[in-house]
Design a protein around this ligand. Structure first.
Ligand code: 6PG
Length: 223
């Protein structure tokens, strides 16, 4: 694991957007298409705002989420909505969107179909992850009902329910996260930095983010 520290989060978001864009461009030099997985939540919006205006052959970039809250797109908790409003606009509107949500009451009803659409995108070329102060990443939460399977199984995608998550989730498995060709984790603030340091000494069962730290570049700014 490598940690890159920035003077402030504005600089971090700009720099990280540049890094992600150049990794995508490099990937497109040698591949027909690049797959790009991004988190939802509150942190990545400013990165999306930068990236959506970058000149690259977006029509060959396949964009997906690392995880989704099982809520309709009309909900302000929908990561799909965030993606469509902040990343898949301007130049990036040309990108191919690979969904992680479909209209159904429970994620299990759509798991098979969504996994099938994802399979041709693996391994993910460029991955950006977020982390919660409880040390979850994607929607692999401590204490989740399918934690062991998400950490150790062969699935691509899992439905998850966890005490720390207000709605059911769907998430890429730790295997898919680990198999990504390039992986970045973005965190802001002292609380998350302390959680990251704690996670380094805990097991993935206790701190799911620990499962993906080896080989990950962590980007951190205090505020
Ligand atoms: O849907 C989600 O919540 C995410 O994809 C999740 O894994 C997120 O990255 C972390 O919870 C951090 O969230 P914040 O950026 O809001 O702190």
């Amino acid at each position: 694991m490598k940690i890159v520290e920035y003077p402030d989060s504005e600089m971090m978001m700009m720099d990280l957007a540049d890094t992600l864009a150049s990794e995508l461009k490099n990937c497109l030099l040698t591949h027909d298409h690049a797959s790009f997985a991004v988190p939802g939540g509150t942190t990545p919006g400013p990165i999306f705002d930068q990236l959506c205006d970058v000149d690259l052959d977006w029509s060959r970039v396949h964009v997906m989420l690392t995880d989704e809250r099982w809520v309709p797109e009309s909900s302000d908790r929908s990561n799909t909505r965030l993606l469509k409003e902040r990343l898949l606009v301007n130049k990036a509107a040309e990108a191919v969107y690979v969904p992680l949500y479909a209209d159904a009451r429970e994620p299990e009803e759509k798991l098979g179909a969504l996994s099938k659409t994802l399979t041709p995108e693996l391994p993910v070329s460029v991955m950006l992850l977020g982390m919660g102060a409880d040390m979850h990443t994607a929607s692999i939460f401590p204490g989740a009902d399918q934690l062991d399977r998400a950490l150790n199984g062969d699935d691509t995608l899992l439905a998850m329910r966890a005490p720390g998550a207000p709605e059911p989730r769907i998430t890429l498995s730790a295997k898919v996260l680990r198999d990504a060709m390039s992986r970045h984790l973005v965190i802001v603030g002292g609380e998350k930095r302390a959680a990251l340091e704690r996670a380094r000494h805990l097991t993935p069962q206790e701190a799911p983010v620990a499962a993906i730290l080896p080989g990950t570049t962590v980007h951190w700014a205090e505020s």
